[in-house]
Design a protein around this ligand. Structure first.
Ligand code: SAH
Length: 300
């Protein structure tokens, strides 16, 4: 499935299939930029900071974030492998520097933003078989199983467990560098996900095994596994986080200045916070050094 998703993002037009928070309203990126600016201040406002975004999509989030964090202009690094999306990002943030992975971003103080990035990384699926586990693969469009040597908590026969090794490796690498990262993604705050791999095509759920590379394949993020791996704050629900950062006040300000867009701006703020839309399943997790004081949006 990993290759299928790389092929999917290589097409560069994911927005046809699903809408993400930064594409819904400019306020989302602005609030994240304001968050990053405050965190930068907490770090002592280092001049050599890097503002990194993992999986920047069309570059919309960063373009809006920089308006609220102008000190980071010229210090932007994007982690993106899709050439088509790199081209889209360059239109919005021409000054950015691109990387295939976190490892090549220059050393120094780092603030990293990532919206719907971890869920796009490939998961391994395991099925409980007898006293052990079998790994489930896709071969020629069908599932096959192969006995696996992996330690997972006991589960009933046939139960499916997903392990996102690249996501865990990513947060470990960020923590090892002493960076501060903000991850917005969907998944339960506690408990391991069962089977959550899903495909979205043209705005509707699709069969993950059909037409590889033409649908976006994602899995719920296992936040419990991430908080067990590295020092974190949260996860908190997206609606609490955004409301605390002033989503509605900023939306009203913009709406007053641009009356023609008022309806769309307010509808977007509702969609980001409504429990049945993105407000509840979407979570925000910060990865940061254990000694960091409470970050904006993570207080009670
Ligand atoms: N953050 C954007 C896009 C989300 S889609 C938004 O919210 O609109 C997922 C993004 O992650 C895409 O930009 C995709 O190309 C990128 N991506 C997926 N797997 C990746 C990987 N292994 N390395 C780097 N980027 C990856």
């Amino acid at each position: 499935m990993a290759d299928a998703n790389a092929a999917y993002y290589a097409r560069g037009d994911f927005a046809r299939d699903f809408v993400t928070a930064p594409e819904l309203t400019p306020v989302f990126g602005e609030l994240l930029g304001a968050w990053a600016r405050v965190v930068w201040g907490m770090l002592g406002a280092p001049a050599d900071v890097t503002l990194v975004e993992a999986g920047p999509g069309r570059g919309t989030l960063m373009a809006n974030a920089l308006r609220a964090f102008p000190q980071a202009r010229g210090r932007v690094h994007f982690i993106e492998r899709s050439p088509a999306l790199r081209a889209a990002q360059q239109l919005r943030v021409p000054e950015a520097l691109w990387h295939d992975e976190l490892a090549t971003v220059p050393a120094g103080p780092m603030i990293l933003l990532a919206n719907e990035f971890l869920d796009a990384l490939p998961v391994r699926q395991f099925v409980r078989r007898g006293a052990g586990w079998a790994e489930r693969f896709v071969e020629d469009g069908v599932y096959v199983e192969q006995a696996a040597d992996i330690e997972l908590p006991d589960a009933p026969e046939g139960a499916v467990r997903e392990v996102n090794e690249p996501a865990q490796a990513f947060v470990r690498q960020l923590a090892a560098r002493g960076g501060v990262g903000l991850f917005i993604d969907y998944g339960a705050a506690t408990g391991a996900p069962g089977e959550s791999v899903q495909a979205i095509r043209d705005g509707a759920f699709a069969d993950p095994l059909a037409a590889p590379g033409e649908a976006d394949i994602t899995a719920h993020v296992d936040f419990a596994a991430l908080t067990a791996a590295v020092p974190t704050q949260g996860p908190v629900k997206l609606n609490a986080f955004l409301t605390g950062l002033g989503l509605f006040q900023r939306t009203d300000q913009l709406a007053q200045r641009h009356p023609d867009q008022a309806f769309a701006l307010k509808a977007a703020a509702q969609r980001l916070t409504a429990p049945e839309a993105m407000g509840r399943l979407h979570k925000v997790l910060a990865v940061c050094p254990a000694e960091m004081p409470t970050l904006p949006g993570f207080g009670t």
